[in-house]
Design a binder for this molecule. Structure first.
Ligand SMILES: Nc1ncnc2c1ncn2[C@@H]1O[C@H](COP(=O)(O)OP(=O)(O)OP(=O)(O)O)[C@@H](O)[C@H]1O
Ligand SMILES: [Mg+2]
Length: 523
């Protein structure tokens, strides 16, 4: 900074003395030191030059006719253009009071007459340097303030500076725009009175109050704030304590209107609900289709107990017609009729449950009971499958949280595909359905067959809607399975067994275990 001052002709020094001889001496002393020198021989002229040229240093004689140095100094300090100049008094009055008066009026220094040139040079250099530095600092501060103001003006969020009592000390233009009134109308008002309904009991416990009073940073969403006209809007705000030297001086509150955000969230929720509804609808249609395909099997299945009932009824009638009916045998026969009718109604119950709409929703259920029920259901469709269905459930398998009908639909789809593939390959091995634990969070169900298997190029398309290799297939079975299992928070996939055939598996979350959807974990 030394160079700045000593080598910079921009540093201006104003010399003020009514005595031309003194002026000459001062001028001679400073002339080759790299300063721009200005000269005035009376107060008014000094003030005029100072106002126009903003000198860094003013050497000011005290004793002058008309306007003395004190008055000049007072007026220099009163003019914002010149208030920062360093005024160095020159006087033969070497008494303490004169000096004190000079300093009280804003003087920076004092040189006694007759002055020593070395002293004048040294003091001017020092003061010039200090003033230059101060001016640079001020310019930098103004720049920073300008940047800060530009940033605050450009931000969309409203920003308030509050004191400890919640009085608004500062508001940015966005705050004014959100609140619907000019910044001037906000500053000085109480933030809590202005923006929160006094009727609201929650008002006294607003987190932002804790920021103002206890210095705790807070965040609150979906709080109702009032505009200047009394209308309300949903807002979110963040409040940060204003600390200076560890002392609390209120809070800075950044807030914004979340009306549109809430609308978007609502629209997303509605869309998700619609997707869910359509998925359930599709799953239901698919269950109806499956029932249609299995109708012949069911007819056959129900027909068996009905035929048996008819036969037992005939036998019973004949027994009654006899002279001495064997009542014990008759009771036994009637018990058989009852058992057969239970068997028929059980089949019908299962069908009715399966086609019920809507799906029942998530329940805590036993995989083993559900799979056994599904196996009996699927056996209707076995036609000439040699091997049948073999169920293998690990002991002490935990219960899962899932929609029973939808899980049954998935298991039935996979088992029917496996039966179909086994039939096509005329496989004698059974379709194996296994259930085992998979990590802490899920249960894994796998359906393995020894059928025709999946060609490699088909693997990635298996779960695509409408992918089928069957003449009468629709190709929606696996796609439906995937969407149903994902809705349960589970995972579904295909694995190529080494022994040929196919292995399809799905996972379900263990009941009571919250967390991420369960995906296949390496064993
Ligand atoms: N166990 C399996 N073994 C071999 N290929 C299979 C097996 N399961 C599914 N696939 C293949 O995946 C395709 C798609 O199965 P998906 O169940 O989605 O439809 P689909 O059975 O063809 O018709 P549908 O919609 O009537 O179920 C099948 O056409 C078949 O090529
Ligand atoms: Mg299928």
């Amino acid at each position: 900074m030394t160079e700045l001052v000593s080598d910079n002709a921009e540093v201006t020094v104003l010399l003020v003395d009514d005595n031309p001889q003194n002026l000459k001496v001062l001028y001679e002393t400073l002339k080759d030191k790299g300063y721009r020198l200005l000269i005035a021989n009376e107060g008014e002229k000094a003030l005029d030059l100072a106002h126009r040229h903003r000198p860094e240093v003013i050497l000011l004689d005290i004793m002058m006719p008309e306007m003395d140095g004190y008055e000049v100094c007072e007026r220099l300090k009163a003019d914002p253009e010149t208030s920062d100049c360093a005024v160095v008094f020159l006087s033969a009055l070497d008494d303490l009071q004169a000096k004190v008066k000079g300093f009280n009026l804003g003087g920076a220094d004092y040189i006694s007459k007759p002055f020593q040139s070395q002293e004048v040079i040294a003091r001017v250099r020092t003061h010039a340097r200090v003033i230059r530095l101060e001016r640079e600092l001020q310019a930098r501060n103004r720049e920073l303030q300008g940047d800060q103001t530009r940033i605050l003006n450009a931000i969309d969020e409203g920003i308030y500076g509050l004191d400890e009592a919640g009085i608004i000390e500062f508001a940015n233009p966005a705050a004014a725009a959100i609140m619907g009134c000019p910044v001037e109308d906000l500053v000085g008002r109480n933030f809590f009175d202005l923006h929160f309904s006094t009727a609201s009991a929650a008002r006294d416990n607003l987190p932002v109050m804790a920021t103002c009073r206890q210095g705790v940073a807070e965040n609150q969403r979906n709080i109702r704030m009032l505009r200047a006209d009394g209308s309300g809007f949903p807002a979110e705000y963040r409040s940060t304590p204003k600390l200076e030297d560890d002392e609390l001086h209120g809070a800075v509150v950044v807030f914004w209107d979340i009306t549109v955000e809430l609308q978007n969230e609502q629209a997303l929720e509605d869309a998700q609900a619609l997707v869910q509804e359509q998925r359930d609808q599709l799953a239901h249609t698919s269950r109806l289709t499956t029932m249609g395909e299995m109708a012949a099997g069911f007819a056959h299945e129900v027909n068996q107990p009905l035929t048996a009932i008819t036969n037992y009824a005939r036998v019973s009638k004949r027994m009654i017609a006899g002279e001495t009916p064997d009542l014990d045998l008759l009771r036994e026969t009637l018990d058989k009729i009852e058992a057969q009718s239970h068997r028929a109604s059980e089949i019908i119950r299962r069908i009715r449950r399966f086609v019920k709409k809507p799906a029942t929703g998530k329940e805590v259920l036993s995989v083993s009971v559900l799979l056994e029920d599904t196996r009996q259901f699927a056996e209707v469709d076995m036609r000439n499958n040699e091997g049948g269905i073999q169920l293998d459930v690990a002991e002490d398998l935990p219960e899962v949280a899932a929609d029973p009908i939808q899980v049954q639909q998935v298991a039935l789809n996979l088992i029917r595909n496996a039966l179909e593939s086994s039939r096509a390959a005329a496989a004698s091995e059974p379709v194996r359905v296994t259930a085992s634990r998979c990590g802490d969070k899920c249960v894994r169900v796998a359906v393995v067959d020894h059928g025709v298997g999946v060609p490699e190029e088909a693997e990635e398309k298996l779960f695509h809607p409408f992918f089928t290799t069957k003449d009468d297939g629709m190709g929606i079975g696996l796609a439906t399975c995937r969407s149903l299992i994902q809705a349960q928070g589970g995972d579904i996939g295909y694995e190529r067994p080494e022994a040929g055939g196919a292995c399809f598996f799905f996972t379900l979350p263990v009941a009571g275990v919250e967390g991420q959807p369960c995906t296949e974990e390496p064993a």
